[in-house]
Design a protein around this ligand. Structure first.
Ligand code: ADP
Ligand code: MG
Length: 288
């Protein structure tokens, strides 16, 4: 079965969650609507740093080829949640996952012990607040994941580099200096290079952790345009503190508070008609 027909099969099913249990979300209707085409299902996900329970039984869908925004005050667990998706916590001693993140349509549990974190990271890319290019050439930055995967052919690599840089809207600016150091790029260009690096392995999902908070408005606008374009081909999960950005680029929004998911809804609904007072207080700037 190919991916498309598997997806179609998944959406034909009336059970919103494998196992048929409807998770506790504040707006079950939004969930039911959305879950017709989820890329992943977060089920009773908890996460511990040692004894500190940083995520408390989260349940939400991640809509396929849509942008889902994560919002909430500092320290509420947004980065912790993102890092579960590509197993970034695995290196930290004492960290522990409970529950599951089921990648669809295969139903692979991303936080399951039997799943190899390296494989997960090939399928789920991540872009951080601070652009972190490697101190090598632009081309080698983009190539990195493909080399890890064993791609050796120069011709194949150069096609992949061009494709990823075009995908990250950076090709025209760097095509004449692919072999120059990435460290000479501007902040916004470095961030797009990191996006190209994430795109090169053809991931199905990209996680963005406050990708524009260190950028000026023009560089920010470019990243936002890029995310809007990426959304056609890849599922995006983004943390941002910028409410205008949430409204501009996201389809769905999840509001977190103290490690809990308070509300998940279509972005327009969450902003115009939040079902929880805590959501309203946050989006109207009463705290955070
Ligand atoms: N590496 C870590 N080790 C221990 N505790 C952490 C670590 N990273 C984050 N935390 C704690 O987990 C909670 C959530 O943090 P974080 O996910 O960074 O929040 P946010 O991204 O929403 O600001 C906070 O209480 C924070 O202190
Ligand atoms: Mg954070």
């Amino acid at each position: 079965m190919n991916v498309e027909s598997a997806r179609a099969g998944a959406s034909a099913s009336s059970a919103p969650v494998p196992g048929g249990r409807v998770p506790a979300v504040s707006n079950p209707d939004a969930y039911a609507e959305e879950s017709s085409s989820p890329r992943a299902l977060v089920k009773d996900l908890s996460f511990y740093y040692g004894a500190n329970k940083a995520l408390k039984q989260l349940n939400m869908p991640i809509a396929d080829r849509r942008v889902t925004a994560l919002i909430g005050p500092s320290g509420c667990g947004k980065s912790t949640f993102l890092r579960c998706f590509n197993r970034m916590h695995d290196l930290q001693p004492g960290s522990r996952y409970e529950g599951s993140i089921l990648l669809q349509p295969e139903n692979i549990d991303l936080v399951g012990r039997e799943v190899d974190p390296i494989d997960v990271r090939m399928r789920i890319g991540m872009v951080f607040q601070k652009a972190n290019p490697f101190p090598v050439s632009i081309a080698e930055n983009v190539n990195y994941g493909l080399r890890l995967r064993g791609m050796r052919s120069r011709a194949q690599l150069s096609v992949a580099v061009e494709q990823a840089l075009r995908g990250a809207a950076l090709w025209d600016e760097v095509k004449d200096r692919l072999n120059s150091t990435a460290m000479a790029l501007s902040g916004g260009q470095m961030q797009r290079l990191c996006i190209a690096r994430a795109l090169a392995t053809n991931p199905e999902m990209i996680l963005f952790d406050e990708p524009t908070s260190a950028l000026d408005p023009i560089a920010t606008a470019k990243i936002e345009e890029l995310i809007a374009a990426l959304r056609e081909q890849v599922t995006v999960l983004i943390v941002t503190h910028n409410m205008q950005q949430v409204a501009r680029i996201s389809d769905y929004t999840a509001f977190m508070f103290l490690g809990e998911l308070v509300e998940y809804a279509a972005t327009a609904t969450l902003f115009t008609n939040p079902s929880q007072k805590r959501t309203e207080d946050y989006i109207t700037g009463r705290y955070g």
